[in-house]
Design a protein around this ligand. Structure first.
Ligand code: ARG
Length: 459
């Protein structure tokens, strides 16, 4: 079969070589964007009198027919036609005859593919922003229900200080808030049009790039044709924002995995988000959380393969760049899927407040409170730290916790202790009193929830 670009060739490549060079097996994902771009291009060609109105109408009709067929899965793509652009051009000439060949006037596949990817990523970035919002809402919902639910807070995965469960969940709300704004910000740089840059140098035809940009709802055009066809920063920005989203999800996934273990039992995942074992009948595995943690690796990998692909590439288009697509598609699918699954897991999880309550009474995470108590009565904090450290040791030797130690023992350690320490040492008091801005005190957490809700109204 002759190629659409076959003029200067005397011999065709063998099929297996064609197959190696083809991108159609994966870039058919861009069919909608490719047709959208072509529809704008042909409209502009007619408006600039580069082709006649009748020709433009015929081509437009043909493209719309192809779009219908694509939507009904009726297109039979061929590897011989290499990529989505040439496949569609072939369908078009089959549909409308030689006039279809006029569509490619004043453009190249290089600006065409760049345009397709801008359109694709703009759409999916927006969709990912929507699912991020939904996950934020799920976190806010659980936070509202658990302002006064207290869990052990950890540093080094050792019990540190008790915190409100809502406060812990809201930490992820703010991570996602940054993720959202990162995507939002990336749209500013993404939303410019490479169309009309040609192969690399622009074109002799009197095209109107601003008009196609407007038709495609871009905010402007690339100012430099070489940059327009060789820029993939917009994909890198997306992938790095995506990597951070996945990193955040993987941290929460790890917490969910720990919390749902027999050892913690802080939460129980809904059956809809867990799986059983083929051999051990008692098992309920947090597979979805584990998968999200695992999928983080491929999203990082996609970022790194594109960075590596672009390193040292001379201007302008190089066929290497055909390798930019699969990672982009995969990142979109993976991130969107992971965020959606997480939202469902958060909404449906059962929070074992009784276990959390019991656990916060079974540790020394109120020890800082006791040191603060002495310090607030004038003892230098360093000395207070020493006194309380000794009391903790005494409790460990006796097999009890600070709330169980009799007042006499406290007063032997320091005469600053009075019987109000038992109130001070309660986990709920400990949390309540951490009322500094952004702290875990209930008042602060309620404020944070209100702030979160406020943010939502703006989005
Ligand atoms: N399939 C190609 C890609 O995805 C389209 C651009 C091809 N351009 C070229 N000059 N061979 O990169």
């Amino acid at each position: 079969m002759t190629k659409l670009w076959g003029g200067r060739f005397t011999k065709s490549a063998e099929e297996w070589v064609d197959a190696f060079g083809a991108s159609i097996p994966f870039d058919k994902e861009l069919v909608e964007e490719d047709i959208t771009g072509s529809l704008a291009h042909v409209k502009m060609l007619a408006a600039c009198d580069i082709i006649t109105k009748e020709e433009a109408e015929t081509i437009t009709k043909g493209l719309k027919t192809i779009r219908k067929k694509a939507q009904n899965n009726e297109l039979e793509y061929s590897v011989q036609n290499e990529d989505i652009h040439l496949n569609i051009e072939k369908f078009l000439t089959d549909e409308v005859g030689p006039v279809g060949g006029k569509l490619h006037t004043g453009r190249s596949r290089n600006d065409q593919v760049a345009t397709d990817m801008h359109l694709y990523l703009r759409k999916h970035t927006k969709e990912i922003m929507v699912v991020i919002k939904q996950m934020q809402l799920a976190l806010l919902g659980q936070a509202e229900a658990h302002v006064e639910t207290i869990i052990p807070g950890y540093t080094h995965l050792q019990r540190a200080q008790p915190v409100s469960f809502a406060h812990h969940l809201l930490a992820y709300f703010w991570m996602l808030d940054r993720d959202y704004t990162r995507l939002e910000d990336s749209l500013k740089r993404l939303n410019i049009s490479p169309l009309g840059a040609g192969a690399l140098a622009g074109t002799t035809f009197p095209i109107d790039r601003h008009y196609t940009a407007e038709l495609l709802e871009f905010d402007g055009i690339y100012e430099n044709s070489l940059d327009a066809v060789s820029d993939r920063d917009f994909i890198l920005e997306f992938m790095s924002a995506a990597s951070m989203i996945m990193m955040h999800l993987s941290r929460l996934a790890e917490e969910f995995i720990l919390w749902s273990s027999q050892e913690f039992q802080f939460i129980e995942l809904d059956d809809a988000f867990a799986t059983g074992s083929s051999i051990m009948p008692q098992k309920k595995n947090p597979d979805m959380a584990e998968l999200i943690r695992g999928k983080t690796g491929r999203v990082y990998g996609n970022l790194f393969s594109l960075l590596t692909l672009l390193k040292g590439l001379p201007l302008a288009y190089n066929k290497d760049m055909q390798e930019d697509k699969e990672g982009m598609f995969d990142t979109v699918t993976t991130v969107k899927g992971s965020v959606k699954i997480f939202t469902g897991m958060i909404e449906s999880m059962k929070v074992n407040t009784d276990v959390m309550e019991k656990e916060t009474h079974s540790d020394f995470s109120n020890a800082t409170e006791l040191a603060d108590y002495l310090a607030s009565k004038g003892m230098p904090f360093r000395e207070a730290h020493e006194v309380v450290g000794k009391l903790v040791l005494l409790c460990i030797q006796k097999g009890i916790y600070l709330l169980d130690l009799p007042l006499e023992e406290y007063q032997q350690a320091s005469d600053l202790f009075e019987d109000d320490i038992y109130e001070v040492l309660k986990p709920s008091t400990v949390v309540k009193r951490r009322n500094s801005a952004g702290g875990t005190g209930f008042e602060q957490v309620k404020k944070a929830i209100a702030l979160g809700q406020e943010k939502f109204k703006q989005k």
